[in-house]
Design a protein around this ligand. Structure first.
Ligand code: ADP
Ligand code: MG
Length: 477
């Protein structure tokens, strides 16, 4: 049974779904939870201030129209912003923003006092270009890492659009800090740099600085040794847009974290922008102080995922276009098919292929690509794929692989299928639906059921448990 507010929201969604691209619908509307309807005010829950701002900026007309259609001309919308763990506000209550509102200051959080008085005088810092009187900071940006060269795809949509917004208005959005996280080689550094480049283009007067966490750490240690820790801190407190790459490197370095904490507070309170990257989401970052982690969650954490095939092709094409090279489509497809999880490796393959063809004066053909990539794949760690899991499981139980794909309900086949599903769930990043469709054309519920069955057997059947351990060892060999 649905309540009135749920029905109202469902009706709104029906209209919205027809009016926005499906990706946007999934990103911006599916996460919304309707909460209540009182005095013709519908309250919806959104997961972050960023969400609220984005909805207000992009979709307010659509929301207004659909809501009025449902509830009449005096309909109103309220947002309740509930962040995971509620680190954004201190009193642990979700806070509400009423539409229409222009009062964005409700979104600002200023609980801390400034830790350091800024002294007048010369500020020594490692990035100052000698000979220039006025403070001039080299932003340490690489022009190749611009938004123009950053190919957009489903895998990076949220992070990219948030990054773009931050570059437009550093310190002027709710996503402060912006934390970009994802595995190595998926574009964190590129995107973080792009934000800096974009900000510098739009606001040349701003002091922008990109620094890697390791470099920050080294500078800090040096400043302590040279007795000018305060200069170090003052220098960083003057930056308008501070980009710190790979903050997971701060793990275990308490003094550096402490110093960064003060810098962070100062910048955040002065409305300056922080952009951070890490290899894990804040909740999984080990060795970082809780007070830092909780600040990381004040703004927006957005992840970068492995690119899909289409995006991989677009990245390759973008790359060869920029380098002024031509390459047969089938070669690009071959590369994009076989190197699927890491953009750095994707580019690496392209570069080795070019090098090979130049050195040996050979034309770039599919054959050449095949030889080279097969070598490359063998030398890097093999990603466990669903196909590979099926093969190992079938070998182990000594059954033909096409039986697993067939409709047969013979007990040992069913079990092998379930085992393959179980390992695919645990050892790959594939969704339940993907696993099901690749293993016997089943749906996600079947996969879920398979995982439960296998887990039960592991708990209750010792022989089965040992078998599973052996299979897992083979898979990871
Ligand atoms: P990370 O910092 O996450 O390890 P990088 O930012 O160094 O990854 O990216 C690795 C390589 O992949 C870089 O050469 C970068 O330019 C490229 N790259 C990553 N994402 C994209 C993208 N969306 N479009 C184009 N190139 C990309
Ligand atoms: Mg990087």
């Amino acid at each position: 049974m649905s309540n009135k507010y749920q029905l109202v929201w469902e009706n709104c969604l029906k209209v919205i779904r027809d009016n926005v691209p499906s990706i946007s619908y999934r990103t911006w509307f599916e996460p919304i939870i309707p909460l209540k309807l009182e005095n013709n005010i519908l309250t919806i829950q959104v997961p972050s201030p960023f969400f609220y701002e984005y909805l207000e900026e992009q979709y307010i007309d659509l929301l207004k129209k659909t809501l009025r259609k449902e509830l009449g001309a005096d309909a109103k919308l309220e947002y309740s912003i509930v962040m995971e763990n509620n680190h954004f506000n201190n009193n642990n209550k979700p806070y509400t923003v009423r539409y229409p509102t222009k009062n964005k200051s409700e979104l600002k959080n200023k609980p801390l006092s400034i830790p350091f008085e800024t002294e007048e005088g010369t500020i020594k810092n490692p990035f100052i270009i000698p000979g220039i009187k006025k403070l001039h900071v080299d932003p340490q940006l690489n022009p190749d890492y611009s938004f123009v060269n950053f190919v957009e795809g489903e895998c990076n949509r949220l992070a990219r659009s948030a990054g773009y917004a931050v570059g437009n208005k550093p310190g002027g959005t709710a996503f402060n800090p912006l934390l970009i996280y994802g595995d190595s080689g998926l574009g964190k550094t590129h995107l973080a740099q792009a934000i800096g480049i974009h900000a510098k283009e739009k606001h040349p007067e701003l002091t922008v600085l990109y620094v890697n966490a390791n470099k920050f750490q080294t500078q800090y240690v040096e400043s302590v040794r040279n007795n000018n820790r305060n200069d170090f801190i003052h220098f960083y407190q003057m930056i308008d847009l501070l980009i710190i790459d790979d903050v997971h490197e701060f793990a275990g370095k308490e003094k550096t974290q402490d110093t960064f904490f003060h810098i962070f507070n100062h910048l955040h309170q002065s409305g300056k922008q922080l952009v951070l990257t890490s290899d894990k989401p804040p909740v999984e970052l080990q060795g970082l102080e809780q007070r830092l982690l909780s600040r990381f969650k004040w703004g927006l954490s957005a992840d970068l995922q492995s690119p899909d095939f289409e995006t991989r092709m677009a990245i390759l094409k973008n790359k060869i276009y920029n380098d002024g090279i031509d390459m047969p489509e089938e070669v690009l497809e071959y590369i994009a098919t076989h190197i699927s999880t890491n953009i750095r490796e994707l580019e690496g393959a392209l570069i080795s292929l070019l090098a090979q063809s130049t050195l040996n004066k050979k034309e770039i053909t599919l054959d050449l690509a095949r030889q080279m990539i097969d070598k490359l794949i063998k030398s890097t760690r093999r990603e466990i794929s669903i196909d590979y899991i099926q093969k190992v499981v079938c070998d182990y139980f000594n059954i033909a692989i096409d039986l697993i794909q067939s409709r047969t309900r013979k007990r040992e086949i069913v079990q092998a299928r379930q085992v393959a599903m179980y390992f695919s769930k645990n050892l790959t990043k594939a969704s339940l639906a993907t696993i099901g469709s690749q293993i016997g054309g089943k749906d996600h519920a079947t996969v879920l059921h398979a995982c439960k069955t296998v887990n039960n057997l592991i708990d209750t059947d010792k022989r089965f448990r040992l078998q599973m351990q052996e299979i897992e060892k083979k898979l990871k060999m």
